[in-house]
Ligand binder design. Structure first.
Ligand code: V47
Length: 353
């Protein structure tokens, strides 16, 4: 049976077949992914009104791809006081944001109480806002720095009001590539173990993959298969987010960047391989809004949100420093032939625009 028949017959796709999917022409592959997308979500494209906050850029780790952490290439270290973080959350809430997405660098000077205290402080002021915070990489850093187990940190997160975990820090699970691009960061096994434990607490999370640098197609598929295996066990992943590598201001030497076609193929393969993760996000920050809109026809059913401000990928060249106005976001989705559905952070539908 050829791979197209296998996908249409609902068979699970493994490494060899996923590589064959990449060999298909873009339109055939797109059609297969679109069939999956339509079966799950019809023409709905989800988004939320959210605010990204990146409270410190001081980092003890040195990921080659990172342009955000304070270093020779970005010599402006900062750490926001908790009051400032709460103020940002408050002003975003007043403007309609329902989620704060908080990701920091690994700052050994900030203290455990700063890392966890900011969530409790936000929840005291805004009990209804959804706090999506702390990547598995940050959790691992806190555990090492303060001699606590992953379980202890996860329990403290729940007590402090963290509602869900973002998908950052996954990068590429292949150990050789991981060692080359972000040695010293949480291991692949560690990343997966932390998400497993979080899911065991009845909580949801997302999963990312940083691609378009030195990895191969097989590495991307391996990454997806490891996520699929964990999802079979826990069902705790809401969404998969392939992040397109941004090339400016960092130390990773990349020979060849992915074409738009390769990015769309990766989205489509993800939609087909990850048959148990309900949502696929085309993160417009790294894919560009134009390609993210096209990705809706290649399996993607989520465009993240209005963001308001973002510092990690913006530092590496993405056009996300100031987010996207809500009206524009909604119009772009409508004009591309899809139905904009505002969602909460756990994918409950709030409003069809
Ligand atoms: O893990 C760092 C990435 C991630 C670069 O869960 C870069 O909904 C591209 O995890 N080029 C953090 N990417 C952001 C993140 C995220 C983003 C949006 C939504 C969600 C979600 C999570 O940013 C890191 C890393 O992979 N990153 N540098 C770069 N040069």
């Amino acid at each position: 049976m050829d791979v197209v028949e296998k996908v249409r017959g609902g068979e699970r796709i493994g490494l060899e077949d996923a590589l064959k999917l990449y060999e298909l022409d873009l339109f055939t592959l797109g059609e297969l992914a679109d069939e999956r997308r339509r079966a799950l979500h019809g023409k709905k494209t989800y988004f939320n009104i959210n605010r990204h906050i990146n409270p410190t850029n001081i980092c003890k780790d040195v990921c080659k791809f990172c342009a955000y952490s304070a270093s020779r290439k970005n010599p402006n270290p900062y750490t926001m006081p908790i009051e400032e973080i709460v103020q940002i959350a408050k002003s975003s809430w007043e403007k309609g944001a329902k989620e704060v997405h908080i990701v920091s660098a690994h700052n050994p000077e900030a203290g455990l109480e700063w890392y966890l205290g900011m969530f409790a402080a936000i929840k005291r002021e805004l009990p209804e806002i959804h706090v999506k915070a702390l990547t598995a990489a940050e959790i691992h850093f806190l555990s090492e720095e303060y001699g606590l187990s992953h379980d202890e940190i996860l329990d403290r997160m729940v007590e402090s009001g963290v509602d869900s975990m973002p998908g950052g820090g996954a990068e590429i699970f292949d150990e050789e590539v991981r060692d080359y691009i972000c040695k010293g960061k949480v291991s692949s096994e560690g990343w997966l173990a932390i998400h497993r434990k979080w899911h065991e607490r009845g909580k949801m999370s997302n999963a990312t993959m940083l691609f378009g640098h030195v990895e191969t197609r097989a590495h991307r598929i391996d990454h997806m298969l490891r996520l699929r295996a964990l999802q079979d066990e826990t069902g705790g992943f809401n969404c998969f987010i392939p992040l397109v590598y941004q090339r400016e201001n960092n130390y990773l030497k990349v020979e060849e960047f992915p074409t738009g076609q390769e990015i769309l193929k990766t989205m489509a393969v993800a939609r087909i391989v990850l048959d148990n993760i309900p949502h696929l996000k085309a993160y417009w920050v790294t894919a560009t809004i134009n390609l993210a809109l096209i990705a809706q026809e290649y399996g993607a059913n989520d465009l993240d949100g209005t963001i308001e401000r973002e510092s990690i990928q913006a530092a590496a060249g993405a056009g996300s420093a100031h987010g996207m106005p809500l009206e524009e976001f909604v119009h772009l989705i409508k004009d591309s032939g899809f139905i904009p559905v505002e969602r909460d952070s756990l994918y409950n539908e709030l409003k069809v625009w």
